[in-house]
Ligand binder design. Structure first.
Ligand code: SF4
Length: 351
């Protein structure tokens, strides 16, 4: 490990001058800080800002979230992805309102165990709002630290060294700023590729840049290819309405609405495959009409090629599913929250 100096002072000086304006940086309100930290998980700042602003307009405080229907919250979250964050935020806020009288618990451990919170979010929220001296470690912080300390791998031993160094360096009077400054440096200066060391306030203390090859820290993980699935979907028409079904009880995209669909092993012979799939999975008898198109969509751990077909319901056939379903018109799409892949297909239909 490279024995670098405490970076706190130059880091905080740089942060004061260089931090990007963000709507949640003008407040210390626990609700807003927690919401922003939840939305920012695995999502870029520029994506989050419009979602955060419109959410705050609709749901300005804990009570408004606790009193809202999950379907309405999901509609506001639609497009931000990782929908479990929204489910968990709803559940956790209800606990805050009912059990803690709309205030965050005094003991951080009581906050940490709420649905979807955990050690990262609790450290971020409590260091910003209540000035608890706890370091926050995310991907950006790990990268900056691995370069400062010249760590090639995140072994359990090195993780402990990162944490103990951060605890030593953390400015006790401004822990929230210290945490945000390190994350900001990772997002804007100490980039995964081509770090801007010449503009970095820590360049004189950084083992990585002094070695001449900061990018080699940490050593890159071998790239894994993304598993890919073929999915067939039917836009099943009954007069001028089509069928949508709620994804209730799923881990992925839970409680969003979707077109009836299923995975297939090949893209060959889609008509008989789709007919069979709709019959077996939903007890639906349909006539397959023309192809709408094919879209590709990447989720975090897999990708799909979704082939969509217009279908006509055969008279008398009814869906048999133990999940809610609706027959909706094209102009009612906006009343429901759908996965992005379904929206891409709706765009093709409307073109
Ligand atoms: S000097 Fe370069 S490698 Fe070191 S922390 Fe700054 S940007 Fe990252």
């Amino acid at each position: 490990m490279y024995p670098t100096n405490n970076i706190s002072k130059p880091l905080l000086r740089w942060y004061r001058k260089s931090k990007r304006p963000m709507p949640w940086r003008n407040t210390k309100e626990p609700y807003k800080i927690w919401l922003s930290e939840t939305m920012l998980q695995q999502t870029q700042v520029k994506t989050v800002i419009p979602f955060y602003n419109s959410w705050i307009e609709k749901y300005p405080d804990f009570e408004s979230v606790a009193g809202a229907r999950l379907d309405s919250l999901l509609k506001s979250w639609e497009g931000l992805g990782y929908y479990n964050r929204c489910h968990n935020f709803h559940k956790a806020v209800k606990i805050i309102v009912n059990k803690y009288n709309s205030s965050l618990p005094i003991n951080i451990k009581d906050f940490m165990v709420l649905p979807g919170v955990g050690s990262y979010t609790s450290a971020a929220v409590y260091s910003i709002v209540f000035l608890h001296p706890i370091p926050v470690v995310d991907g950006n912080v790990n990268r900056v630290m691995s370069r400062l300390l010249r760590l090639l791998r995140f072994t359990p031993y090195n993780k402990k060294r990162v944490l103990s160094t951060l605890i030593k360096w953390l400015d006790r009077s401004r822990p929230g700023d210290f945490n945000q400054a390190l994350m900001e440096l990772g997002s804007t200066v100490c980039l995964p590729k081509n770090p801007k060391c010449e503009n970095c306030p820590l360049k004189l203390s950084c083992g990585g840049t002094l070695s001449g090859s900061p990018e080699s820290y940490p050593s890159p993980k071998p790239k894994q290819s993304l598993p890919w699935q073929n999915v067939l979907t039917g836009v099943i028409w009954k007069r001028d309405s089509f069928l949508i079904i709620k994804r209730a009880g799923y881990k992925h995209l839970n409680n969003l609405w979707e077109l009836p669909s299923g995975k297939t092993l090949t893209k060959n012979n889609p008509h008989p495959q789709l007919e069979e799939l709709l019959k077996n999975k939903f007890k639906l008898e349909v006539t397959i009409k023309n192809k709408i198109g094919e879209i590709r969509h990447r989720y975090s751990h897999f990708g799909i090629t979704l082939s969509g077909f217009h279908c006509r319901l055969i008279n008398g056939s009814k869906p048999e599913v133990n999940r809610p379903f609706r027959w909706i018109k094209l102009n009612e799409i906006n009343q429901y929250a759908f996965p992005k892949a379904n929206h891409k297909l709706f765009n093709l239909i409307q073109e």
